[in-house]
Design a protein. Structure first.
Lengths: 979, 86, 171
């Protein structure tokens, strides 16, 4: 049969005036607008589209939509992506697709190894075959030989999007039930979102030849879809799949080919008050030997390719069924010109209504197809009475089989709805909903068209009413349907052929594998699933699961519902990572924060860091020819010898006001704030109630009931949450209110011996004399003509003025500071130098010295634990922990014996440097400019009493001995900072 | 992604909230009066049932309210949202 | 190759005079009631009068907004330093970066930055609220003049990030 003969001259939903060119595995082909990649390949006579996962068996098109378990392709070019299902890829001009599991190509497989290879890959092969000497030796090879698609080497051109949507009623599926539901709900005025994975409405109606309202059903669907799309209160998302059903009626949708030109895929997060699930049903395959051979297809898929895509997937067909629906398919195949050689029906009694559809076609009632023959494609089948007797060979190049229909219950089950087994249709159907949702139509187990229309209308109206709208009743259209009855048939395999009778075609799981799993003691269906990997592929077992369950029941000799079913998990279809991320990639993958001088820092060539609290901060300011260490040393020297300026804007700042403000401070800080006078500030330490350090900072008293709290940059939000929780949950009667000022005020910290000179040069009306404005005080006034609050605190150990101005004034303040400071040799200081300066002083840095195991006593800060206060947060926990008398890790300084030897920050300290449990760790190590050597801070077991002794840092490559010292290497009396 | 009812704002998306852990009553006024073991248990041995839990969420990206809800850990049903405005 | 996807603009707007007021409604009304539009009774709504807007943005929490030229006058009228102990009045004009989003596709653009339902039936003309915007806390109000759209504000330090978001969305 030539390619031209495979495509019908008329009919179908394709547009013959719009031919498209595409390539598959490098070869050029042609198709039409309206084709999928699968329909176009079938029309072009491509039988083998891929090779199977484990055994590299040839595989062709089996299904006509998301249920197809075989044809996985990779797309190149603009929308490059892997693991796409050929039956759902919309054909475009210039599409370039390659098969996934082919080595070296789908046509020419490395056939010689297949036999040997398959013996290595029974159920549980992951756990057995590749255990010695280790999975890592096998993994790369297995991935290449049997893996899925590779990630594209370059980013996709274009972008992904995520939108939020809100609906009174979300309808999933635009088949007869879904359209009917959407019409009923939309008529009430409710906001309706309708999601459908086809480009045109109709669902299964597009594949069959039914009638509604006296016209072909697909015309009714097109009209209904058009009517809905035109309504203001309806959002109709076509070419979109609902792939996840989360808590509180949040449904995740991925929309392909949205109308916006450069958007590749769009995700929707639809929050709905009510959901109507009208996802239809999937046909299940029958299980016989070589049921995966190209040419063996689902009957409904053959019907879809014939009717919708005007493609004849074969010349001579055998239809194998246990139900009526395949008769409609057979009739459509015959009408399109396929020679239907015989219908093999496992039922002894074939209903007359079914027989009537196929006229004089030979029907082999009470018989089964046990095996398909043909190496690269079906050439004939063996059929006969399963109870015995002779087998008959029937020549054919197409085997259309149907094992009945499974309601698509994935979303219902993801929403935690329950299932029951319906004997009438031999399938699991929805039982109870767990969220405000209803299942309608075929998805609810109603196979007839009339029922689907009526059920959809009722569920749609019910959903709208439940959402508070008044639904108007709408007359239901008359319809022309086909009958449906089924008798379950789980296995039609001849003995000895079960190793090539596939249950899960995607993951190459055979009847043999399931028998093996049961034999080895895996009784629960969930264990059988994991052991065989059946149902664990990207298709989530759409075609395979029911047959696995049926086989388990058959082998164990129990009823199908007793075998149970496995958990349905998202995603329902493969979803690109890009679609999940949406716009939130690249620079905005996480929030980032700037101060008004961030741009200036970048202009100055600063190396920017991502710091705590999401701030982008300068790490250091390299000058031409400088090394990292040169830059940091220079910045440190400017502060120790002259003057430096640091952008302290990210510091957390909060105004705290109310009658109980002091009570709050005394509860959250370990030390006493009751005697703090207005105009003064005090350093405080906050613990959590488990006694660990939460934050430290300086709080100033503005007036009697008003305070200004500063926090560390990284913990501003955490402290805010902590304080608000106390006030809103634990101490609800207290009169305290907190206002965040972190971004309102920006601060330039001018520090160093010449800091006061810079302040004078800036011109300020504040008396900055050390006696008039002592350490730990604040003043309001004018600095450089700008309204300012100036704090005298110090994180460097030098004289410091923290000049706070409103954000709008900060850039201008900064420029003036740099101008005024120039003649004093001012340098901007980054966080690296700041780290050195604080380490020299032994000042606490959260995240370095306080790591969630450390209490204030460990840090030598027993003085800050008030004995006067009956309670503060963390007090009890510290007392209880201390009462055990167990040794603690205490903060000490370390001076490496070799002054030029650095200790990596985080390096463990072990007894004598031996390979024993650590007795501490290095929390900071910097090159000290004042000591001209490397210095470190460490937490060391019983460290304080070991001062003068030696500790050993143990790294992968060396052991570094260091003298244990007090944790302060510069001006231990603190004279300089008070100057 | 939960939908959490805030007493001030009504139902809002979980992305507006920060989880604040289980709620086992307001912090006692005088921890010093509580036995060591009882206090340690209060801090470190929260219930973790399958079923209803009472827990706090902070409406950090919204109105700033701390919200107490009763949530079923098995189903995510939020059975009760307490009005904490007092 | 990249075409403009949306008929919408998202532009940085100028600084506004903003005051955060916290306190019980009766205390706030007693201190500032005469100088402000009526305090909104409904949560997350704003009363607007004479260019001045006040939003009931949280429990005991109010946000006053006005054109920046009125900042000095408002500071004098609301007198933060003299407010009684039961009321916090804090000038926070510099804490927020404002953006205007408008155009035919403004709703589509907003649906990409916030999970909030902005349908007119639930977010009417006087609606104003804090919500998640671009993954961070943001203030959002419907805007009717000079054209339909939205006004949104985020912490000033996040302005560049939000600009980056809009640039990515609008192409």
């Amino acid at each position: 049969m030539t390619a031209a003969e495979r495509r019908l001259a008329s009919g179908g939903g394709i547009d013959r005036s719009r031919p498209l060119r595409f390539t598959f595995d490098g070869r050029p082909y042609r198709g039409f607008e309206g084709d999928t990649l699968a329909s176009a390949l079938l029309a072009e006579g491509v039988d083998i589209i891929g090779r199977s996962f484990k055994y590299h068996r040839p595989r062709g098109v089996i299904g006509a939509g998301v249920e197809d378990p075989a044809c996985l392709v990779e797309l190149a070019g603009r929308a490059a992506s892997g693991n796409q299902q050929a039956a759902t890829v919309r054909l475009r001009d210039g599409l370039a697709a390659t098969s996934v599991n082919c080595w070296p190509s789908p046509e020419l497989d490395a056939a010689g190894i297949i036999g040997a290879f398959s013996r290595l890959l029974p159920a549980g092969f992951y756990y057995k075959t590749f255990m010695w000497p280790g999975w890592r030796y096998y993994e790369p090879w297995i991935r290449r030989a049997a893996g899925l698609a590779a990630a594209p080497a370059t980013p996709a051109e274009g972008r992904f999007e995520t939108r939020h949507a809100h609906a009174d009623v979300l309808v999933v599926g635009a088949g007869p039930a879904g359209l009917s539901a959407a019409l009923a709900a939309a008529g009430s005025g409710a906001r309706v979102v309708l999601v459908d994975d086809n480009r045109v409405p109709g669902g299964a109606l597009l594949n069959r030849r039914l009638g509604i309202g006296g016209a072909p059903a697909e015309e009714w669907a097109a009209k209904a879809g058009g009517e809905l799309a035109a309504m203001d209160n309806v959002t109709y998302l076509c070419d979109a799949t609902a792939w996840g059903y989360r808590e509180h009626n949040l449904v995740l949708v991925v929309q392909r080919n949205p109308e916006t030109p450069d958007v590749i895929e769009r995700s929707w997060k639809v929050r709905a008050r009510r959901v109507v699930i009208a996802t239809g049903a999937h046909e299940r395959p029958l299980v016989f030997a070589n049921n995966d051979r190209p040419g063996a297809m689902l009957a409904s898929a053959v019907q879809a390719y014939v009717n919708r895509y005007a493609v004849l997937p074969g010349t001579t067909a055998v239809v194998f069924t246990n139900n009526d629906s395949a008769y409609g398919a057979a009739a459509d195949m015959a009408a399109a010109g396929i020679d239907v050689a015989a219908i093999v029906d496992s039922r002894k009694d074939v209903p007359g209504a079914a027989r009537a559809l196929v006229g004089g076609t030979e029907i082999l009632a009470g018989q089964v197809v046990t095996e398909a023959h043909g190496r690269r494609r079906v050439r004939s089948v063996s059929a006969g009475d399963p109870a015995g007797g002779t087998m008959r060979r029937i020549a054919c190049d197409l085997l259309a089989h149907s094992g009945g229909w499974n309601p698509v219950v994935h979303l219902h089950c993801q929403s935690r709805g329950t299932l029951r087994f319906d004997d009438t249709i031999a399938a699991f159907v929805p039982k109870d909903a767990a969220q405000p949702a209803a299942v309608a139509g075929a998805a609810a187990g109603l196979p007839s068209l009339g029922d689907a229309l009526a059920d959809g209308a009722a569920k749609g109206a019910g959903a709208a009413e439940a959402a508070g709208f008044r639904a108007l009743s709408r007359p239901l259209p008359e319809c022309r349907d086909q009958p449906y009855a089924v008798e379950p048939l789980w296995l039609a395999v001849a003995p000895g052929r079960e190793d090539r009778s596939f249950l899960d075609i995607l993951n190459d799981v055979t009847v043999d594998d399931v028998r093996l799993a049961l034999r080895e003691g895996y009784r629960s269906i969930e264990h059988v699933k994991r052991y065989t990997t059946g149902g664990m592929g990207f298709d989530q077992g759409k075609t395979g699961n029911a047959n696995i369950i049926g086989t388990v029941a058959h082998v164990k000799g129990i009823a199908v519902p007793e075998a149970g079913f496995t958990t349905f998990r998202p995603p329902y279809v493969p979803v690109a990572f890009g679609a999940v991320a949406g716009a939130r990639t690249g620079p905005v993958v996480l929030p980032f924060r700037h101060t008004p001088v961030t741009a200036w820092n970048i202009e100055q060539g600063a190396v920017m860091y991502e710091a705590g609290g999401r701030w982008r901060r300068p790490g250091y300011f390299p000058k031409p020819g400088e090394s990292f260490q040169d830059s940091v040393d220079r910045e440190c020297r400017s502060v120790r010898q002259r003057v430096g300026v640091y952008d302290g804007s990210p510091l957390g700042k909060f105004e705290i006001k109310g009658r109980d403000a002091l009570r709050l401070l005394d509860l959250v800080y370990t030390n006493d704030f009751s005697d703090l006078a207005p105009g003064k500030g005090r350093y405080g330490l906050m613990l959590t109630d488990d006694g660990m350090i939460l934050d430290d900072g300086v709080t100033f008293r503005i007036d009697e009931h008003r305070y200004l709290m500063t926090t560390s940059t990284a913990n501003a939000e955490t402290v805010n949450r902590h304080l608000e929780r106390i006030l809103q949950v634990d101490r609800r009667g207290w009169d305290v209110r907190i206002t965040t000022l972190t971004s309102e005020w920006c601060n330039a910290t001018i520090c160093g011996p010449r800091a006061r000179d810079v302040m004078k040069a800036l011109a300020t009306d504040i008396d900055i004399d050390r006696d008039a404005f002592p350490f730990m005080h604040f003043r309001s006034g004018s600095v450089a003509g700008l309204p300012a609050r100036v704090f005298r605190v110090s994180f460097t150990g030098e004289v410091s003025f923290e000049v706070n101005v409103r954000r709008r004034h900060f850039r201008s303040l900064w420029d003036r500071v740099m101008d005024a400071g120039r003649r004093f040799g001012i340098e901007p200081v980054g966080s690296e130098a700041s780290h050195v300066l604080r380490t020299e002083k032994g000042f606490l840095s959260l995240g370095h010295e306080a790591d969630g195991t450390v209490d204030p006593h460990d840090l030598g800060m027993s003085w800050i634990m008030s004995r006067k206060k009956a309670d503060f947060i963390g007090k009890r926990a510290v007392e209880i922990r201390r009462s055990s008398g167990e040794p603690r890790r205490e903060l000490v300084g370390l001076l490496p014996d070799d002054p030029e030897q650095a200790i990596p920050e985080g390096a463990p300290l072990t007894p004598g440097g031996s390979k024993r449990a650590s007795e501490g760790l290095t929390t900071a190590c910097v090159r000290s400019v004042v000591n001209d050597r490397w210095i470190a801070l460490a937490l060391l077991e019983n460290g304080r009493e070991r001062i003068g002794g030696t500790a050993h840092a143990r790294t992968r490559t060396r052991i570094i001995p260091a003298r244990i010292a007090a944790p302060c290497f510069h001006d231990p009396e603190g004279r300089l900072l008070r100057g | 992604m939960h939908l959490i009812r805030c007493p001030h704002c009504g139902h809002r998306d979980e992305s507006e909230f920060v989880y604040g852990g289980p709620f086992s009553g307001a912090r006692p006024d005088d921890p010093g009066a509580i036995q060591d073991e009882a206090w340690s248990n209060y801090l470190t041995v929260p219930d973790n049932p399958v079923g209803p839990v009472v827990e706090c969420w902070w409406h950090a990206n919204g109105c700033g309210a701390w919200v107490t809800i009763a949530r079923d850990t098995a189903t995510h049903d939020i059975r009760e949202a307490r009005d904490d405005r007092g | 190759m990249v075409e403009m996807g949306y008929e919408a603009t998202a532009s940085r707007a100028g600084t506004q005079a903003v005051f955060e007021i916290r306190g019980k409604q009766r205390d706030v009304a007693a201190w500032a009631g005469a100088r402000l539009p009526p305090l909104p009774a409904q949560p997350n709504t704003e009363t607007r009068e004479d260019g001045l807007a006040i939003c009931h943005c949280g429990p005991d929490r109010w946000l006053v907004r006005a054109p920046i030229r009125r900042e000095a006058g408002l500071t004098e009228a609301l007198d933060p330093d003299a407010a009684p102990v039961s009321v916090s009045v804090v000038p926070v004009s510099d804490s927020y970066a404002f953006f205007n989003v408008s155009g035919k596709d403004a709703d589509a653009v907003m649906s990409m930055v916030t999970p909030l339902d902005l349908h007119r039936s639930v977010f009417p003309e006087n609606a104003a609220t804090f919500t998640a915007v671009c993954g961070v806390r943001g203030f959002l109000a419907r805007r009717t003049r000079p054209e339909n759209g939205y006004e949104l504000a985020v912490d000033a330090s996040l302005a560049e990030m939000v600009e980056c978001w809009f640039a990515r969305i609008l192409g």
